[in-house]
Design a protein around this ligand. Structure first.
Ligand SMILES: O=P(O)(O)OP(=O)(O)OP(=O)(O)OC[C@H]1O[C@@H](n2cnc3c(O)ncnc32)[C@H](O)[C@@H]1O
Ligand SMILES: [Mg+2]
Length: 203
């Protein structure tokens, strides 16, 4: 794992407390010191692109440039079948500014209420750059399939989790302990793949 060994400190290019909690937990076993971008007073960068990968790359580059450290970014969202994959990259601001999980969830439920197909998946792209101009970013993705329910269930997780129902488990994302969510989620899968790339010495 020579590549990973070179990275002793990493900034997480996210201002989302829920993501930060999950990513920290996933990275713990790697023995890398992980700092949130708030530790460097890094503010949110624009996410103007229509693909997750482009937005993740923009966030990682910005955090790396501002901190002088390697940076890991996560761009993710919920993609509903009946909405042609929406709100997708626009999930964080689905109900407009300022960002609000509560209003986003309400809008999603309202829009899907009369749809028979409420299947949806979370999607996540993780990007790791060693420095802001890294020509070889490591990029990995993951998806997590479920369906949107109309009444919230559970207190855990964040964002759309109380409405994201997993038929196989009979639970929503907000009813899962973080360990389990991290094993099966879009974010957990993406980070596991990214770690595999590091082990292969892609860096
Ligand atoms: O860009 P950063 O600073 O990382 O934070 P953000 O919240 O703006 O993150 P995104 O731009 O990637 O938007 C993703 C949105 O998708 C939702 N989301 C992504 N992963 C989720 C998860 O595991 N559980 C619940 N909601 C999730 C949540 O509403 C996020 O705000
Ligand atoms: Mg964002």
């Amino acid at each position: 794992m020579s590549g990973a060994a070179e990275i002793q400190k990493l900034v997480i290019a996210s201002g989302n407390a829920g993501k930060l909690r999950e990513i920290r937990h996933l990275l713990d076993p790697l023995g890398i010191e992980v700092l949130p971008q708030s530790a460097f007073s890094i503010t949110e960068v624009e996410e103007p692109y229509c693909t997750f990968v482009e937005n993740a790359l923009a966030k990682a580059r910005h955090a790396s440039k501002s901190s002088g450290l390697a940076a890991l970014a996560d761009d993710s969202g919920i993609c509903a079948n009946a909405l042609n994959g929406g709100p997708g990259v626009y999930s964080a601001r689905y109900a407009g500014e300022p960002k609000s999980d509560e209003r986003n969830n309400q809008k999603l439920v309202d829009v899907l209420r009369n749809q028979t197909d409420r299947r949806a998946h979370y999607y996540c792209v993780m990007v790791l750059v060693r420095h802001a101009d890294d020509p070889q970013p490591i990029i990995a993705d993951g998806a997590w399939h479920g369906e949107i329910i109309l009444e919230p269930r559970g207190e855990g997780g964040f964002g759309y989790d109380p409405y994201f129902f997993l038929p196989d488990l009979g639970k929503t994302g907000a009813e899962l302990p973080m360990e389990l969510k991290n094993r099966i989620s879009h974010r957990g899968k993406a980070l596991a793949r990214l770690t595999e790339c590091l082990k292969e010495g892609a860096f």
